[in-house]
Design a protein around this ligand. Structure first.
Ligand code: GLN
Length: 572
């Protein structure tokens, strides 16, 4: 019987099949942790979690009727899903954690959300994030900073009954898909969707001890995903196991005529045959759990950066030894342009963002802020007066007012940076150089992988015979950092909370491990791998290791990730 929120998708299905429709009766109780009363970690955006339980009750009634016989159960029947609040959902707000979209409600579902619902999943709420996906610590949200639930879960597991809610000191849940990672970790949903532009699925997964999978660029439709940087944005999934990530990925990785950047069916077929030629296919489907014989795992030397903490390096080395013990060959490789990747990303992503965010001008979106000096709350009250105001306020005043009130400090910083690098005088020195670096980073990867990159025809012949199947690196430089203050709701969007690392450029270094594979559009996954001490009082926090594979080679990536996951459970 399904009595807790920690079952795998496979178990949920088995239990639904075995116990028939009676199991659906349990769902209301199961959904209780997702009610607005239980949002201690701010995993969900304000009021979005089961705001209207009757809508979910209707969904359950529908599922119960539609799939009365177990044989007709769809693959995600009864699976509870959280959706990052920059992914559109009909009938619920999509705020992007920004005051500028405080009142926005999408008229349609994103393709990924539609596919999940068609497969029987139940959307329980929208998850919190850094505003528009910009951030790595979950701090820049108009709904308040997300709090890492791991210390609380540990206390609960020890049986210490000191009440519900966060344990002090507070730790970051990572970002920008912070709410998705926290909600999965705490069991408020089984699966969550996130978006990963430069690491936003993998980094919070590492900090919260869950799996975070970013497929190749173009695998999952971006229709209905609010754009941050189009050439990098990728929908990803956060789950409690690699197997669950694979199940969800298989359902949502579909061609979509609504999104021209999503791979069409012939391209998917070409990938299948080129990246997975028959001779390798057999060996690679066998790579799993106990046997990695013939699998070549590359360790890029450039990822041993000075900022990497010693305990993460120690776990990384331990994983190499354990994979070797399972038959893999671990080889050092070089990706020489890695050191420029972060600078290139922080030119290209803001450049694209500055263009994308131009649409929030107070006319099409964000109108309430034209006169809202008090921020989001007073915006509600003024919105209805827009037609009159439109005549009274000049466009210049309107844009200025909307954009200064409507965007938080980090988003404003990115817009300024992005606008600057696209100006005529800076374009060649910054934007063009960053594009060139991006190409060099892609080439580095193509030189080390055994399989060719179908996106670059010249690599079809030059793929390294002695190349590797996957790369193994840490996901983050350290365990989750401490939240320096207890940011309150709304604080981070309008003013800069004191002492927050992301508020200066050094904070961007957090993304150093995840950005290179984003620039190259490669599939990458963060798998929990051990714990490290976070303080002198016995608090330990999870660490994630990252695997990266050639473009389109999700099969190899997920097989090796399952082996890494199994190795982790062997660990002391
Ligand atoms: N931290 C990175 C940024 O702020 C990545 C964000 C993301 O992947 N959405 O741009």
């Amino acid at each position: 019987m399904r009595v807790s929120n920690d079952l795998s998708i496979h178990r949920i299905r088995t239990e639904l099949t075995n116990s028939g429709s009676s199991l659906w009766e349990q769902y209301p109780a199961l959904l209780d942790p997702c009610s607005p009363d239980h949002n201690e970690f701010r995993a969900f955006v304000r009021d979005s979690a089961l705001k209207d339980p009757s809508a979910v009750a209707d969904q359950i009634t529908h599922l119960k009727r539609a799939f009365a016989t177990p044989s007709t159960l769809p693959p995600l029947a009864g699976v509870l899903v959280g959706v990052k609040d920059n992914i559109c959902t009909a009938g619920r707000p999509t705020t992007c954690a920004s005051p500028v979209l405080d009142q926005f409600q999408s008229p349609y579902d994103a393709t990924a959300v539609r596919l999940l619902q068609e497969a029987g999943a139940i959307v329980v709420g929208k998850t919190n994030l850094d505003e528009f996906g910009m951030g790595s610590l979950g701090l820049f949200s108009s709904h308040g900073a997300v709090i890492n639930p791991v210390p609380y879960l540990d206390r609960k597991a020890r049986g210490d009954d000191q009440g519900e809610g966060p344990v002090h000191p507070l730790y970051s849940a990572g970002g920008s898909s912070s709410g998705s990672a926290a909600a999965v970790a705490v069991g408020q949903c089984d699966v969550a969707l996130g978006t990963d532009t430069g690491g936003s699925v993998r980094l919070p997964a590492s900090y919260c001890g869950v799996v975070g999978f970013k497929p190749s660029y173009g695998r999952i439709s971006r229709w209905g995903v609010v754009a941050y940087a189009n050439s990098l944005d990728t929908v990803g999934v956060l789950t409690r196991s690699v197997q669950d990530a694979r199940t969800v990925y298989d359902i949502i990785a579909q061609a979509d005529p609504q999104d021209p950047t999503a791979l069409d069916d012939p391209a998917r077929e070409q990938l299948r045959t080129t990246v997975m030629p028959e001779d390798l296919a057999e060996a690679r489907t066998g790579w799993s759990l106990s046997n990695l014989k013939g699998c070549r795992v590359g360790v890029p030397q450039e990822y041993f950066v000075k900022e990497l903490s010693d305990d993460v390096t120690a776990l990384w080395r331990r994983s190499m030894a354990q994979l070797t013990a399972r038959g893999a060959t671990v080889v050092p490789v070089s990706c020489p342009h890695t050191r420029y990747a972060l600078s290139s990303y922080y030119i290209l992503a803001p450049a694209e963002a500055s263009s994308n965010l131009a649409r929030y001008d107070g006319v099409r979106y964000g109108h309430g802020h034209a006169v809202a000096d008090g921020g989001p709350d007073s915006a509600h009250e003024h919105a209805s007066r827009l037609p009159t105001l439109g005549k009274l306020i000049s466009p210049k005043t309107l844009y200025g007012a909307v954009r200064s009130h409507g965007f938080g400090p980090e988003v404003q910083r990115r817009i300024l940076l992005g606008t600057y690098v696209l100006t005529a005088s800076a374009y060649e020195d910054y934007f063009l150089q960053a594009q060139k670096v991006r190409r060099l980073v892609q080439r580095d990867f193509d030189h080390v992988f055994r399989r060719p990159n179908v996106l670059r025809p010249d690599s079809l012949t030059s793929a390294a015979a002695q190349g590797v199947d996957v790369l193994l690196t840490p996901t983050a430089l350290s365990h989750a950092p401490r939240l320096p203050t207890i940011p309150s709701v709304g604080q981070s969007a309008g003013s800069s909370p004191k002492g927050i690392a992301m508020a200066d450029v050094n904070g961007y270094v957090n993304d150093i491990m995840t950005v290179p594979s984003s620039l190259a559009g490669l599939p990458a996954i963060s798998v929990p791998f051990g714990r490290v001490a976070a303080d002198d009082h016995g608090v330990t926090l999870p660490i994630g290791l990252q695997l990266i594979a050639q473009y389109g080679d999700e099969t190899t990536l997920l097989n090796v990730a399952e082996a890494l996951e199994a190795v982790n459970s062997d660990s002391p």
